[in-house]
Design a protein around this ligand. Structure first.
Ligand code: MLT
Length: 312
């Protein structure tokens, strides 16, 4: 078969401003990753990349917008592990959460931290677990809706401690963390991109980092396993997506720019401060992204089915 000719528009891509939709509120971890990546990718592409926040419903509102956008590379989605959990969590969606997108490349891997308001009556994970079990009916746990990383992490925590808590959904953990800082919310599990600075300044209490090993940005914070809860482990990944049908020449060009961005010393240094790890260059490609994404969908499906919590 003769290869399909690349449309002229794809060859000249990009000829104007690109919009990256973040399916969570401004000021949160996905937004932070997107703004750093967009600035750096825009330099390589010679165009401005605008980040737009379309939060709500655990990331599905913003995702739907991109799935139904023109497949020309000018409207993209930057989303996280929710792309692997949403297909199992949501029984009804107005878009195809897998087939509606072309992966462009993986971006980061991000640990999560269990944090609490400053005057939460515990100083270690073991003490926090005892408080959660004792006060489960009055404690508030924040998340960014069903499908958010904070939701997933909360499910794992509540399963590990065998104590459900009242969950309060926000459009993103950016606004949610403000409520913890004011003390109106008790607890949240959130990405280090959003918690590292508040932990280091003492504005938040932290009980564990949800990775196998301690992380350089928070060297004094124990892992969940060290703190006695080995099942409480999860790491968040981010990827960039274009709508289904976007020409391969366009996704390849975007992937190249993403690879350049992930080596940008300014971005790498800022990510390191926030405990956020850029993926190796070979992972920032459509092929590697698709393989990882499909494997993660398969990994989470039985876990979500066992938890039995779905969104309708
Ligand atoms: C956000 O950017 O607000 C988060 O990624 C939300 C989450 O998934 O917990």
């Amino acid at each position: 078969l003769a290869p399909l000719a690349t449309p002229a528009a794809a060859q000249q891509f990009p000829g104007r401003t690109i919009t990256v939709i973040v399916p969570f509120a401004a000021g949160g971890p996905t937004d932070t990753v997107a703004r750093l990546v967009a600035e750096s990718m825009g330099r390589d592409l010679g165009q401005t990349i605008v980040v737009e926040n379309a939060g709500g419903a655990g990331g599905t509102i913003g995702s739907q917008r991109v799935a139904s956008a023109r497949p020309d590379g000018y409207t993209l989605l930057l989303h996280h592990i929710g792309m692997a959990t949403t297909p199992s969590l949501y029984r009804r969606l107005a878009y195809d959460p897998v087939g509606g997108f072309e992966p462009v490349g993986l971006i980061t891997e991000v640990p999560m931290t269990l944090v609490a308001k400053k005057d939460f009556p515990a100083n270690t994970l073991a003490e926090a677990v005892a408080v959660i079990r004792r006060d489960r009916d009055t404690l508030n746990y924040a998340n960014a809706g069903i499908g958010a990383a904070s939701h997933l992490c909360g499910l794992l925590l509540m399963k590990a401690v065998d104590a459900p808590m009242t969950t309060v959904p926000f459009r993103g953990t950016g606004p949610a963390i403000q409520e913890i800082l004011t003390g109106r919310i008790d607890l949240m599990c959130d990405q280090t991109t959003n918690t590292t600075e508040q932990i280091n300044s003492g504005a938040l209490k932290v009980f564990s980092v949800t990775t196998e090993a301690r992380i350089p940005a928070l060297p004094n914070v124990p892992t969940s396993a060290e703190a006695g809860l080995p099942a409480f482990q999860v790491s968040v990944w981010h990827g960039l997506y274009a709508p289904k049908g976007t020409p391969a020449a366009v996704t390849q060009r975007l992937s190249q720019a993403l690879q350049v961005a992930l080596r940008d010393p300014k971005l790498v240094a800022r990510f390191a401060d926030l405990g956020t790890v850029p993926v190796p260059q070979a992972q920032a490609t459509p092929e590697a992204h698709r393989a990882f994404w499909m494997a993660d969908i398969a990994k989470w499906k039985p876990i979500i089915q066992a938890a039995g919590q779905y969104a309708d």
